[in-house]
Ligand binder design. Structure first.
Ligand code: FNR
Length: 350
């Protein structure tokens, strides 16, 4: 309906211009240090960043995580960022396809295969919308855009700050179980900025989930976005909880430890530089995810602006690979990682 589209446009405006990354939020990646190698014995041209994801080969371990769709403006964002994903061999996700399930004429703004024929592409739907749509409904959304997989997003914190949001969170694992039976390794379960911790990750793995995006605290806060739209009690609650969540560094390291090597692990939430990407890979992630910085760069400078932002991130990642003496992602994973301060406290408890 109309209200979903209106809400989405308000969200985009707030993310483009508003303060949606509260100052006090942290990924705790500042507590992570990689060790310099004075003698890398590598040619920059030989650094190989490729990795497998969703049955495809990425040239670079980066996922543009699901953001948008449903309006013309959203369609432009999807086309531009998917174009870049194709050009640089990244994975790409569209935003929640709820708008599309409610009004099929909005489907065009989710279509990116014309500009991104080979990218590893993810559809996207919320857990409780998926419950309403059923497995077949979710499959139709995935097939309608030619996706390689489906991202199922969890957002209890955001829902509680929305007047129209869900309040009954029972039965979630049952929904995941149904979807994982149908989609297997094509299903990815993600948070939206509050983080997935080791207990939830372990249960998801037991159900058969093979792709998890922790989407931790430290970047875009959806509680904050809703707080900025809310009035009265919900605005106050939003302010109180806008720093709620598991920091991305703590989520990535603890979830990798909990689920072992069979799960493809994406770390997102506040990843802003190539060095951030290197740090989460060293902590155990297979792929780093990014939303807000690429969205903002696209809003400010279109395709060229987003490309410039991406090139800086890729250069930073390559430099971190060289300076840790890592030829590829697997080597980087084996490098020592220093974890200090508050991150150590989190990891002692998780
Ligand atoms: C998002 N995010 C998101 N996630 C999701 O699963 N479905 C969605 O529809 C959206 N929509 C959306 C819009 C915009 C404009 C942004 C910035 C983000 C969440 C996103 O995928 C990611 O999990 C978080 O934003 C954390 O990453 P960043 O933004 O800190 O890099």
């Amino acid at each position: 309906d109309e209200t979903t589209a209106k809400r989405k446009d308000a969200h985009l405006d707030l993310c483009a211009t508003g303060d949606v990354e509260p100052q006090q939020n942290s990924t705790l990646l500042e507590c992570v240090k990689l060790v310099h190698c004075a003698m890398p014995e590598l040619n920059a041209a030989d650094v190989d960043l490729s990795t497998d994801f969703l049955g495809k080969r990425l040239q670079c371990p980066l996922l543009v995580t699901g953001m948008t769709g449903g309006t013309e403006r959203a369609g432009r964002v999807n086309k531009d960022l998917a174009t870049l994903a194709e050009r640089y061999g990244l994975a790409f996700g569209v935003g929640s396809q709820r708008a599309m399930s409610e009004a099929p004429e909005r489907a065009a703004s989710f279509q990116v295969r014309d500009v991104a024929p080979t990218v590893a592409l993810l559809g996207n739907i919320g857990l409780y919308q998926a419950a309403r749509l059923g497995v077949d409904g979710v499959r139709r959304l995935m097939d309608a855009i030619g996706a390689d997989g489906m991202a199922l997003h969890l957002n209890a914190g955001q829902e509680l700050t929305q007047p129209e949001g869900d309040r009954d969170f029972r039965g979630g694992y049952g929904v995941v179980e149904g979807l994982v039976k149908a989609f297997g390794a094509r299903l990815l379960v993600k948070e939206t900025g509050c983080g997935i911790g080791p207990d939830v990750a372990r249960r998801l793995k037991e159900l058969g989930v093979r792709n998890i995006d922790v989407s931790g605290l430290g970047g875009t806060s959806w509680v904050r976005v809703e707080q900025l739209r809310a009035k009265g009690l919900l605005a106050e609650l939003g302010a109180e909880f806008s720093s709620w969540g598991i920091p991305t560094a703590a989520a990535a390291a603890s979830v990798r430890h909990a689920v072992g090597p069979e799960v493809r692990l994406v770390a997102s939430g506040g990843i802003r530089t190539g060095l951030d990407v290197a740090k989460v890979l060293a902590l155990g992630a297979d792929v780093a995810g990014m939303a807000l910085p690429l969205f903002k760069a696209q809003q400010e400078g279109g395709l060229a602006g987003a490309e410039k932002a991406l090139q800086l991130i890729l250069a930073g990642l390559r430099q971190a690979m060289l300076l840790t003496g890592s030829r590829g992602c697997a080597e980087l994973r084996r490098r020592p990682v220093i974890k200090t301060g508050e991150l150590k406290d989190w990891l002692a408890a998780l």
